[in-house]
Design a protein around this ligand. Structure first.
Ligand SMILES: [Zn+2]
Length: 64
């Protein structure tokens, strides 16, 4: 059960999509890394992408 509701059409039928491989989000300033795939919550009624999260947020930790 998803608690997410589309802010545009009010539908709570939310699907998940994944942007992988070449659409992966890469951490800035890190060269030798594979980055992380992006997970998108998509309203299956109107197609709005409600939320985008990275699969592995720990990859974006900044090291001083
Ligand atoms: Zn919608």
């Amino acid at each position: 059960m998803s608690k997410i509701r589309c802010p545009y059409c009010g539908n709570n039928n939310i699907g998940k999509g994944k942007l992988g491989n070449h659409a992966a989000l890469m951490p800035v300033g890190k060269i030798f890394t594979t980055g992380s795939a992006i997970i998108a919550d998509v309203c299956i009624e109107c197609g709005t992408i409600i939320r985008m999260t990275v699969e592995k947020p720990e990859k974006f930790k900044q090291v001083d």
